[in-house]
Design a protein around this ligand. Structure first.
Ligand code: UT7
Length: 343
């Protein structure tokens, strides 16, 4: 049977660096560098300028991944775009990226299908599972998987919103999932969900069950209260479930592939909170040098954390062909996932 491997990686983060001190100086948030670093390990994050959205961030990452794979956009058979911060309610960012890649006009016109995945922090792994299945079934030869977020536009950058806003940043990562006859690639992707916790970490904006779905003022304009407009999170609950589900998911990925945790060369954890990841690594007795991280520089970029980390470690020469790697993520939904790859 054909295997599916990752043939290219790429990432992009916007140039504007926002440090913890900048949250205080620029936005007047009552917080401290020490509080944020102690609880989360985050030192800085990136914010995109107004006018830039997730598809544009994703395009930079996608073009880098295509170049590394030696492919052109026209070689793609499918685009899978994971984001919780799409440009619009609909359509999704996938079609916007598809158009930005120049796939709809000229000699290169090839109306490559594009779909969006709405699985927040585990969006990249849900997308990878989709790409893996499409390639292994023979339906696709090359699938572009993008995780991209423009969180900065929708953060409550005031003291009221500090618990959430201090965590998140903008960025994009991309991989190309390609068919190969070699004995390597994605050995398995394992997914889970617990929808009873859907409202533990969510950004409502509207409620489609209500009439009207957004409350209207006297002039017929929609009025969205801050509680609906911005993400709400029970941080402690998320922390507790993240530790349990991430450690369980990593063990599942290894067991399913007849591997042990010791066989794994590098562990790629979703970058939501350095303390969560250190906790999981300690529980599973993973050596710290096998668990790369970059949350200190980018904060939590949700669907983009894993592909950014993959692309960075490839660029640094740390992730090399022949290595066995594991990936794991957990977040809003709750949803989670893990994967094992022979790189
Ligand atoms: O991908 C999934 C995304 N989410 C996560 O992974 C989040 C997981 N959870 C966490 O990382 C932690 O729960 C947080 C870092 C978000 C919060 O840490 P915590 O120790 O659970 O703090 P808390 O929410 O219980 O708040 C403790 C105090 C509160 O003050 P009072 O009520 O005790 O006076 C907060 O108002 O810390 C205050 N606080 C802050 N202070 C300074 C909350 N955020 C901040 C802040 N700076 N940024």
């Amino acid at each position: 049977m054909t295997n599916a491997c990752i043939s290219g990686t790429g990432f992009y983060v916007p140039p504007r660096v926002v440090t913890n001190d900048d949250l205080i100086k620029t936005y007047g948030i009552e917080t401290s560098d020490a509080w944020i670093q102690q609880r989360t390990g985050i030192e800085a994050r990136r914010y995109a300028e107004a006018g830039i959205g997730s598809a544009e961030l994703g395009e930079h990452a996608a073009r880098a991944a295509l170049a590394q794979a030696g492919l052109e956009p026209v070689d793609l058979d499918l685009i899978v775009f994971a984001t919780l911060s799409p440009e619009f309610a609909f359509p999704g960012s996938g079609v916007i990226l598809q158009d930005r890649l120049g796939l709809n006009s000229g000699a290169n016109a090839k109306h490559v299908p594009a779909l969006d995945v709405r699985n927040q922090c585990s969006g990249f792994l849900y997308s990878l599972a989709t790409a893996n299945a499409m390639v292994r079934s023979g339906a696709c030869k090359h699938v572009l998987v993008v995780g991209a977020e423009t969180h900065s536009a929708a953060l409550d950058l005031s003291t009221r919103g500090r618990t959430v806003s201090s965590l998140f940043g903008d960025g994009a990562g991309a991989v190309i999932v390609s068919a190969t006859d070699d004995d390597k690639g994605i050995r398995g992707v394992h997914l889970g969900a617990d929808g009873s916790q859907a409202e533990t970490l969510c950004q409502r904006v509207w409620d489609i069950r209500e009439r009207p779905f957004i409350p209207l003022d006297d002039e017929g304009y929609g009025r969205v209260s801050p509680e609906f407009m911005y993400a709400h999170m029970d941080g402690r609950m998320v922390f507790k479930h993240a530790v349990a589900k991430m450690s369980g998911a990593l063990k599942t990925a290894c067991e399913a592939a007849d591997a042990t945790l010791d066989d794994v060369d590098l562990f790629f954890f979703h970058q939501a909170n350095l303390r969560i990841n250190q906790y999981v690594a300690e529980l599973l007795k993973l050596p710290a040098d096998k668990v790369p991280h970059n949350i200190e520089r980018y904060g939590n970029t949700t669907a983009a954390t894993l592909p950014i980390l993959l692309a960075e470690t490839v660029a640094e020469g740390r992730l090399k062909p022949g290595m066995k790697i594991a990936m794991v993520a957990f977040g809003s939904g709750f949803t989670w996932g893990s994967a094992l790859i022979d790189w």
